[in-house]
Every structure is written in C-alpha cells, then in structure tokens.
Design a protein around this ligand. Structure first.
Ligand code: TYD
Length: 136
C-alpha cells in the first residue's frame, strides 16, 4: 500500500550555539536522487496547495519555517500529518494524492523532487487518479 511507504524522515542536525545545520544527501538520507528543489512561500491564510498526485515522482516535503499540514490519500486510506520542524522531512512516494493546508503565517514549504517538472507526471483529477489505483 503506498500510504504505508509514506514516512517522516529525521534528518541530520548539527546543533551549534551559532545556529543549527541540517543537510540532505540523495540516496543517503532520502531514497532518491534530487533533481529539483522548489518552495512555497507567502502563502495567504486559509489557502490550500497541492490537490494532485504524481505517477512516478518521489518527494521530500519540509517545513523550513513555520508549519502546515499535508493530507495524504492513496485512494483507500487517508492521513493528515503536521510538519513544523526544519530537520524532519515527509517522504511521499508516487501515487499519493496530497493536499497542503493550515499554513502558518510566514511559513515556507520546501520540496525536494526526484525529477524535473513534468506536467505529464501529474494526476490533477482525483477520479482519473482513482482509476489507476489497483483494486486488490
Ligand atoms: P503545482 O504543482 O500545481 O503547485 P502546488 O501543488 O504546490 O499547489 O504548480 C503550480 C504551477 O507552477 C503550475 O502551473 C506548474 C508550475 N510549476 C512549475 O513550472 N515548476 C515546478 O517545479 C512546479 C512544482 C510547478
């Protein structure tokens, strides 16, 4: 079940009185190579992002600042995960419908992705997504 493959990953944290440092290496801390980084910021209160699934893309979602929720759905089960630490990433495997909401003021959502942007990798229609979920 894809939702069982979704998990929180504790990232390395070098604590220092001068400020903490976290780093992420592809295939070492996360199960894919990083081909793209994008981030959401200046999200207005009450806004929702996401609302899609990916066919093959792997992602790691991190609350770099502030907090937000990620609602995950594999066509059978759903769960809501609150992210609020810059040293914890949410690994999202392919074939997971996701929605992001409950953004705190000033929050920044950074996403590491296993491939460059490709619109043909998206399901933007939930019904179309469900059609490709195995029934077993
Ligand atoms: P989308 O993935 O729908 O945003 P979100 O899931 O965060 O709500 O993308 C919004 C728009 O930005 C859409 O027109 C595609 C474009 N986009 C890119 O051009 N490159 C990217 O890497 C991403 C993530 C989006």
């Amino acid at each position: 079940m894809p939702l069982e493959d979704v998990r929180l990953i504790d990232l390395p944290k070098i604590a220092d009185p001068r400020g903490n440092l976290t780093f992420i290496e592809g295939h070492r801390h996360i199960p894919f190579d990083i081909q793209r980084v994008y981030y959401l910021y200046d999200v207005p209160g009450g806004a929702e992002r996401g609302g899609h699934a990916h066919k093959a893309l792997h992602q790691l979602i991190i609350a770099m600042s502030g907090s937000f929720d990620v609602v995950l759905n594999d066509g059978k089960d759903q769960k809501r995960i609150h992210l609020n630490r810059s040293y914890v990433g949410l690994y999202v495997c392919p074939m997971i419908w996701r929605e992001l909401d409950n953004f705190s003021s000033g929050s920044v959502c950074m996403v590491l992705a296993s491939n460059v942007y490709d619109e043909s990798d998206y399901y933007r229609d939930y019904t179309e997504f469900l059609k490709d979920i195995p029934t077993t």
